[in-house]
Design a binder for this molecule. Structure first.
Ligand code: EPU
Length: 429
C-alpha cells in the first residue's frame, strides 16, 4: 500500500507544467476505434485512467506503440467488437465511450456499466436515449449495457435533458459516420467536448457547433489517421492554482489555456488572490493577504467546474468568515468533507450545499482519499497545514494526476510517497 506524507505549512515557489487533459484524452483514445487507421496521440497524460483505456484498446485488438517522446501510436485496423474485460470497464468512468465508438464502427456494442468516482447516482439514461434515437435497441440490466440494431443506425435530432459530457460525447461518437445530419441540443460545452470534435474533424469528420449548446454532426463515409495533441488539463491547472493560494505562495503554471480557467481565476480573484494571465501560463500569487469569504456554485461549463469543488473547499476552510459551496452538477459530491473535518475544518453539509466557517489554519491528521478530486483537496490541505499529514487510498489521486508528488517536490513541498508493506491479516503496518 502506498500513502502520501506531507510535512506542510511551507510556501511553494517555482513553475509547474500541466499535462494533457484526462477527460479529453479518454474519449479521443476510444474515438480511434472509429478511425480504423493509425493515429499518433500527443500530450497524453501518464495516469492510471489512461493506462486502463490503453489496456481496453489492446484487449479489443488495437496495436499500441509507445514512441520515444512519450507519445502513443494506436493502430485500430484490427479491432474487433466484443465485451471488454469487466474489471477494466469498472476501473473508471470513461470506459463507457467504448459504446459510442463500437456502435459507430460495428453497429452494435456491449460494455459493463462503468466505474469512476462515487458521487451518488450517476445514471446513463441520456446516453441510452441518444443511442435509441439513432436506432439502437438498448438493453441495460444494471450491470451491462448492450446495443444492437435490426436495420442499422440513422441520423437523428436529440435533445438532452441535462448537458451531460458523457452523453454528448457518446452520441457524437456513435453518429460520426451515419448518413445525414445528427443534431444534439442542450449539448455539453466543456473544452473536452470541443477537443474531441477537433480530433474527429482532423480525421475527416464533419462536426460543427462543439462548444455551443447545439452540435451538428454530418455523417462521413470514412475517417483517416492523424497526429493529434490533447489540450492541457484545466482541472490539474486549477488544482495547482488553489495549492498556491492555500500555501500563501507564488506559482507559475504553464501549458494552460487561460480562457478555460476563467471561472476559477474569477473566484480566486474574488478571494483576494492575484492571478496574472500570460499567453499559455498563469502566475498565481498570495502574499499573506487574508482570504475573503465567498459563495461558489458549481455548474456545467462555462460555470465553475464541479471537478474543482473539493479543492476550492479547502480554500474556503481557510477564509475569513462563512462561505457557501453549492454543488450544481452531482447529487452527492461532499464525501471528502469528513476527511477535512478530521483536520479541523468546520463544514456543515445539507443536501447539495456546504456551509464553511473559515479558520486561520487546519491541523494535521491521517486522512483518506475517497475520490480523485477529494484526494487532491487533501493534498492541498496537507500542504497548507503545519505538521505531518498522511493520506491513504492514494490510488484515487493517481487515476487523474500526473506525478503530483514529484511536481510538488519540484516547487519546494516536503511531500513523498511512502510504501507501507501489507501484513497477512489484511491490516497495514
Ligand atoms: N446525468 C444524467 N443522465 C445521464 C448522464 C448524466 O442524469 O445519462 C447527470 C449526472 O448524474 C450528473 C450530470 O448529468 O448529475 C452531469 O454528468 P456528466 O454526464 O456530465 O458527467 P460524466 O460524463 O459522468 C464527466 C467527467 C467527470 C466530471 C463530469 C462533469 C469523464 C470521464 N468524467 O463525468 O470527471 O465531473 O463530466 O464535468 O469525463 C473527474 O475528472 O474527477 C470527474 C469526475
Amino acid at each position: 500500500m502506498e500513502r502520501i506524507y506531507i510535512n506542510g505549512g511551507k510556501p511553494l515557489s517555482g513553475t509547474i507544467e500541466v499535462a494533457g487533459m484526462k477527460n479529453a484524452a479518454l474519449p479521443i483514445l476510444f474515438a480511434t476505434i472509429i478511425v480504423e487507421d493509425k493515429c499518433v496521440i500527443e500530450n497524453l497524460p501518464k495516469i492510471k485512467d489512461i493506462e486502463t483505456a490503453l489496456e481496453i484498446l489492446k484487449a479489443m485488438g488495437a496495436k499500441i506503440r509507445e514512441l520515444s517522446n512519450g507519445n502513443v501510436e494506436i493502430d485500430t485496423r484490427e479491432v474487433v467488437c466484443g465485451s471488454i474485460p469487466i474489471e477494466l470497464a469498472k476501473a473508471m468512468r470513461g470506459s463507457y465511450y467504448v459504446l459510442g465508438a463500437e456502435l459507430a464502427r460495428f453497429g452494435r456494442a456491449q460494455a459493463a456499466f462503468p466505474g469512476g468516482c462515487d458521487f451518488g447516482e450517476r445514471p446513463m439514461d441520456q446516453h441510452i436515449k441518444g443511442f435509441e434515437a439513432l436506432g439502437a435497441k438498448v438493453i441495460d440490466n444494471g450491470d451491462f449495457i448492450k446495443c444492437t440494431t435490426e436495420s442499422g443506425l440513422n441520423a437523428a435530432s436529440i435533445y438532452l435533458d441535462v448537458p451531460s459530457v458523457g452523453a454528448t460525447i457518446n452520441i457524437m461518437l456513435a453518429s460520426v459516420k451515419l448518413d445525414g445530419l445528427t443534431v444534439i441540443e442542450n449539448a455539453a460545452r466543456e473544452p473536452h467536448v470541443v477537443d474531441l470534435a477537433n480530433f474527429l474533424n482532423s480525421c475527416g469528420a464533419d462536426i460543427s457547433g462543439a462548444g455551443t449548446e447545439v452540435i451538428k454532426i454530418r455523417g462521413v463515409k470514412q475517417l483517416h489517421g492523424v497526429t493529434y495533441a490533447i489540450i492541457p488539463d484545466m482541472i490539474e491547472a486549477g488544482t495547482y492554482m488553489v495549492a498556491a493560494a492555500a500555501t500563501n505562495s507564488t506559482l507559475t503554471i504553464t501549458n494552460v489555456i487561460p480562457k478555460h480557467m476563467e471561472s476559477i481565476t474569477a473566484k480566486l480573484i474574488d478571494m483576494g488572490i492575484s492571478v496574472t494571465e500570460l499567453d499559455d501560463a498563469l502566475i498565481v500569487s498570495r502574499n499573506n493577504t487574508p482570504l475573503k469569504k465567498i459563495k461558489v456554485k458549481t455548474n456545467f461549463y462555462p460555470g465553475f467546474p464541479t471537478d474543482m469543488q473539493p479543492q476550492m473547499c479547502v480554500l474556503l476552510c481557510l477564509a475569513d468568515g462563512q462561505s457557501t459551496l453549492m454543488e450544481g452538477v452531482f447529487d452527492n459530491r461532499f464525501k471528502y468533507t469528513d476527511e477535512l473535518i478530521r483536520m479541523g475544518a468546520c463544514i456543515t453539509v445539507q443536501g447539495r450545499t456546504a456551509t464553511i466557517e473559515g479558520r486561520p489554519s487546519l491541523h494535521p491528521a491521517t486522512v483518506r482519499a475517497v475520490d480523485l478530486r477529494g484526494g487532491a483537496a487533501l493534498v492541498i490541505a496537507g500542504l497548507a497545514t503545519k505538521g505531518v499529514t498522511w493520506i491513504d487510498d492514494i490510488h484515487h489521486i493517481e487515476r487523474g494526476y500526473v506525478n503530483m508528488v514529484e511536481k510538488l517536490q519540484s516547487v519546494g513541498a516536503d511531500i513523498k510517497k511512502v510504501v507501507i508493506p501489507d501484513v497477512p491479516n489484511g491490516n497495514h503496518l
